[in-house]
Design a protein around this ligand. Structure first.
Ligand code: ADP
Ligand code: ADP
Ligand code: MG
Length: 686
C-alpha cells in the first residue's frame, strides 16, 4: 500500500478520498488554490500545498504544479478525483515520467475513450450497439447539417471532448441547426479547448443506465452492476440510484458483459463507467465511457458493501481486486441526490454566496453525506456548485426512498439558492416512487416538481412573524443592558406600551405580493421568561386568525406554538446579497425552506431593498459577454432574451424583467464583467 498520496482535486471528492486513505493508514496531501485556503479538504488532509490562484486553469489544472507538489511532499501516488485532470492522458503520462503512480487507468485507455467520436468508432468495431449518428472527422457545418437531415430530427449535437453536460444542444428542426451548432462549438471551445462535435439521433424518453466496471493489472475485469441516472437537468445528473428500477437479471448480465467487453477492448485498469442510453423497449446503446471514478459511485458502494476508493488504491499498487464477479451481489437499494447551489426557477443558474446556515442530515439518520463544505464556507464562481451528495440505503427501493425523504427534510441551506425543494418534490412524486424514470422526468412533471412560486401558507408567515417579534425583544433587551438607564420606558417593546392598543404589524414580501401580518399581544403574557424571550399573541393574516406563542432561548433555539400544535420549525434571518433582510422558514411541508422578505419601516435597509427594482439584466456572477440579442434603442417584451453570458463554463441567457426599452448596451461581446454589473441600460415601460 502507499504510505502517502496527493489528491489533485478539491471539494467533496478530495474529502472522500482522504477518509478512505486514513482508514488504510495512508497519509494524505491536499492541494488548494487561493479560494480554497480554508477549505474543508485542506483542514482534513495531513498536509496541504498551495498551487495557485483561484481559477482552475491556474491551479487545479496545472499538471506541473501538482507533480511538483507530490515530489516536494514525497507522495508516491496522485488521486485525480473527477473533473479537472482525471481524464487527461497527458497528466497520467507526466505522473509516470516523474515516477509517481497515477491512481487511474493507463494513459492509453484514457486516450481511447477521451473523444466521444473516437470511442464510438472503437465500440462500433467491438460490435457494441451505438445510437444512430455521425461521428466522423469532417466538421464542416454543411456536412453536419446534411448528416442531421439524414439521421432525422430531433438530433443532439455533442462536444466530442464533452463532459458534465456541457457543449450539448438538442435541435428540433433543420432551421435551428446552424445556430445550435455555433452555440455547442462555442461552449465546447470554452470548456474543453476543443470544438469538435458529433451528431446523434435524440431519443425522446430514454433512460441513462451506466455500468461500473473495474479492472486490475492481473488481467481481471468485472462489473459492479448498474446505476440509473435518468433524473437529470440540463443533461446533468441530479438523482442516481442502484440498482436500476425494473432491471431484469438477463438484461443486467447483458449490459454488464457489454461494459466489460468495452473495458477489455482498451486494456482497462482501475475504476471506470460505461454509460448506456436505453429506450422504452429496453434496448441499450453505448454512449460514452468515463475513465475515472464517478460522482455517483457511492450508490454502488452502498449496494455492494465495497469501498471503491480502496479498490482504486489497491489496484494502483498492483494488488488484485479483492473480489471476483461471483462474489459480488446486490444488497438492497440506494439513492444519491446532488444538492446544488443553483436556482431551479432560473434555468438552474448556479448561485454563488456564503453558506450562512448549513444543516445536512445527521449521522444517526442513516444517511451518508459527502461534502467539501461547512457552514460559513462560500460557493464561488470558480468551481462546480455542488454543496453535498446525500446518499441513503435501504433493504428495498421503497424503504430507501423513505429514508431519502427524511434526509431531505433535515437539509437546510441559507445564503445561496439550492435545488433542495426540487429534490424533495421528485422524491415525493408517485411516478418516481413507481420507478417511472427517464431523462424527461423533470420536464414532464415540471408543474409539480418546479411549481411557480405559490403564496406562502399562513403557518409559514406566522412563524416568520414570531421570529421577528422575538428578535425585537432580544435586541431591545440588549440595548437596555448596554444602556445606563435599563428601566427607561423607551427600552420596552411590549406592544401595548408602544402604542397602547397592544398591536403590532409586520409586513412581508412573498412571491410578488405584500402581506401585512397583524399581531395582537395578550395582556400580561408578554415579557421574558427566565433565560428566554417569549411572545404570546393572536395573529391575523387576511381572514385567518390564529393563536400563537413562541420562545427564543439564549442559545438561539426557537419553539413555537400555532393553535394547539407545537412545531419544531427553524427560522433563519439572512441579510441577502442585495442588502435586503430575508427570513427563511424551515418547517414541515416546506422542505428546502421558504424565504420571506421583510418589508419593515423600522428596518431601513429592508425598506430600501423592497423598493429596489427587480433587475434581471445584471450579471448574476462574474462572466464573459457572448452576445447581445437586441440592439440599443430596441423595445423588448418581458421574458425576451437580451444578453448571453458565459459563466461557470455554461451559457446563460438573461431576459427582460418586464416590457420596456434597452436604451444602451454597456458592454461589448467578449468583455469580462464583474458580479452584479449592469449589462444594459433598461427602461421599463409605464
Ligand atoms: P459525467 O461526465 O457523465 O457528467 P459525472 O456526473 O460523474 O460524469 O460528473 C463529472 C463532473 O463532476 C465534472 O465534469 C465536473 O463538472 C464535476 N466535478 C469535478 N470536480 C468536482 C468536485 N470536486 N466536486 C464536485 N463535482 C466535481
Ligand atoms: P456527458 O459527457 O456530458 O456526460 P453524455 O454523452 O454522457 O455526455 O450525455 C449526457 C446526457 O445527455 C445523458 O445522460 C442523456 O441524458 C443525454 N443524452 C445523451 N445522448 C443522448 C441521445 N442520443 N438521446 C437523448 N439523450 C441523450
Ligand atoms: Mg456522460
Amino acid at each position: 500500500m502507499f504510505s502517502k498520496i496527493l489528491i489533485a482535486n478539491r471539494g467533496e471528492i478530495a474529502c472522500r478520498v482522504i477518509k478512505t486513505a486514513r482508514r488504510l493508514g495512508v497519509r494524505t496531501v491536499a492541494v488548494y488554490s487561493d479560494a480554497d485556503r480554508d477549505a474543508r479538504h485542506v483542514a482534513m488532509a495531513d498536509e496541504a500545498v498551495h498551487i495557485g490562484p483561484s481559477p482552475a486553469r491556474e491551479s487545479y489544472l496545472v499538471a506541473d504544479r501538482l507533480i511538483a507538489a507530490a515530489q516536494a511532499t514525497g507522495a508516491e501516488g496522485i488521486h485525480p478525483g473527477y473533473g479537472f485532470l482525471s481524464e487527461n492522458a497527458g497528466f497520467a503520462d507526466a505522473c509516470a515520467a516523474a515516477g509517481i503512480v497515477f491512481i487511474g487507468p493507463p494513459p492509453s485507455a484514457i486516450r481511447a475513450m477521451g473523444s466521444k467520436s473516437e470511442a464510438k468508432k472503437l465500440m462500433e468495431a467491438a460490435k457494441v450497439p451505438l445510437v444512430p449518428g455521425y461521428h466522423g472527422d469532417d466538421q464542416s457545418p454543411e456536412l453536419l447539417a446534411r448528416e442531421a437531415d439524414r439521421i432525422g430530427y430531433p438530433v443532439l449535437i455533442k462536444a466530442s471532448a464533452g463532459g458534465g453536460g456541457k457543449g450539448m444542444r438538442v435541435v428540433e428542426s433543420a432551421a435551428k441547426f446552424a445556430e445550435a451548432l455555433a452555440g455547442a462549438k462555442r461552449e465546447a471551445k470554452a470548456a474543453f479547448a476543443d470544438d469538435h462535435v458529433l451528431v446523434e439521433k435524440y431519443l425522446t424518453r430514454p433512460r441513462h443506465i451506466e455500468v461500473q466496471v473495474f479492472g486490475d493489472t492481473h488481467g481481471h475485469c468485472l462489473y459492479l452492476f448498474e446505476r440509473d441516472c435518468s433524473i437529470q437537468r440540463r443533461h446533468q445528473k441530479v438523482i442516481e440510484e442502484a440498482p436500476a428500477p425494473g432491471m431484469t437479471v438477463e438484461r443486467r448480465k447483458a449490459m454488464g458483459e457489454a461494459a466489460v467487453a468495452a473495458a477489455r477492448a482498451i486494456g482497462y485498469v482501475g475504476a471506470g463507467t460505461v454509460e448506456f442510453i436505453a429506450d422504452e423497449s429496453g434496448d441499450f446503446y453505448f454512449m460514452e465511457m468515463n475513465t475515472r471514478l464517478q460522482v455517483e459511485h457511492p450508490v454502488t458502494e452502498m449496494i455492494t458493501g465495497q469501498d471503491l476508493v480502496e479498490w482504486q488504491l489497491r489496484v494502483a499498487c498492483g494488488e488484485a481486486m479483492p473480489l471476483t464477479q461471483d462474489q459480488l451481489a446486490i444488497d438492497g437499494h440506494a439513492f444519491e441526490v446532488r444538492l446544488y447551489a443553483e436556482d431551479p426557477s432560473r434555468n438552474f443558474l448556479p448561485s454563488v454566496g456564503t453558506l450562512k446556515h448549513l444543516a445536512l442530515p445527521r449521522r444517526g439518520s442513516g444517511a451518508r453525506v459527502d461534502t467539501g463544505v461547512r457552514q460559513g464556507d462560500a460557493v464561488t464562481p470558480y468551481y462546480d456548485p455542488m454543496i453535498a451528495k446525500i446518499i441513503v440505503h435501504g433493504p428495498d427501493r421503497a424503504a430507501a426512498l423513505r429514508r431519502l425523504q427524511r434526509a431531505l427534510a433535515e437539509t437546510e441551506v441559507v445564503g445561496v439558492r439550492t435545488n433542495t425543494a426540487l429534490l424533495a418534490r421528485i422524491a415525493a412524486h408517485p411516478a418516481f416512487a413507481a420507478g417511472e424514470v427517464d431523462t424527461g422526468f423533470i420536464e414532464r412533471h415540471k408543474a409539480v416538481v418546479l411549481p411557480k412560486a405559490e403564496a406562502a401558507d399562513t403557518r409559514v408567515l406566522a412563524l416568520a412573524t414570531l421570529a421577528r417579534l422575538l428578535e425585537w425583544r432580544r435586541d431591545a433587551a440588549d440595548r437596555a443592558a448596554a444602556s445606563a438607564e435599563p428601566t427607561s420606558p423607551w427600552h420596552s417593546v411590549d406592544g401595548w406600551r408602544l402604542n397602547g392598543a397592544g398591536r403590532d404589524e409586520v409586513r412581508w414580501k412573498d412571491a410578488e405580493r405584500d402581506v401585512p401580518v397583524m399581531v395582537h399581544y395578550r395582556r400580561g403574557a408578554a415579557g421574558s421568561a427566565a433565560g428566554a424571550y417569549a411572545v404570546d399573541c393572536r395573529i391575523e393574516i387576511g381572514n385567518a386568525v390564529l393563536d400563537a406563542g413562541a420562545t427564543l432561548a439564549r442559545d438561539g433555539s426557537f419553539r413555537a406554538t400555532l393553535g394547539e400544535a407545537v412545531t419544531s420549525a427553524r427560522v433563519v434571518r439572512n441579510v441577502a446579497n442585495d442588502g435586503g433582510v430575508d427570513y427563511v422558514v424551515f418547517a414541515d411541508g416546506s422542505v428546502g425552506g421558504r424565504t420571506l422578505r421583510l418589508v419593515d419601516p423600522r428596518d431601513v435597509s429592508a425598506a430600501e431593498a423592497a423598493g429596489a427594482p427587480g433587475g434581471g439584466l445584471k450579471a448574476p456572477m462574474p462572466g464573459k459577454i457572448i452576445d447581445f440579442k437586441v440592439k440599443a434603442g430596441e423595445s423588448v417584451s418581458r421574458g425576451q432574451p437580451v444578453v448571453v453570458l458565459e459563466a461557470m463554463k455554461m451559457e446563460h441567457t438573461l431576459v427582460a424583467p418586464s416590457d420596456g426599452t434597452v436604451k444602451r448596451l454597456l458592454y461589448a461581446p467578449g468583455d469580462q464583467v464583474p458580479d452584479g454589473a449592469d449589462l444594459v441600460e433598461f427602461e421599463a415601460a409605464e
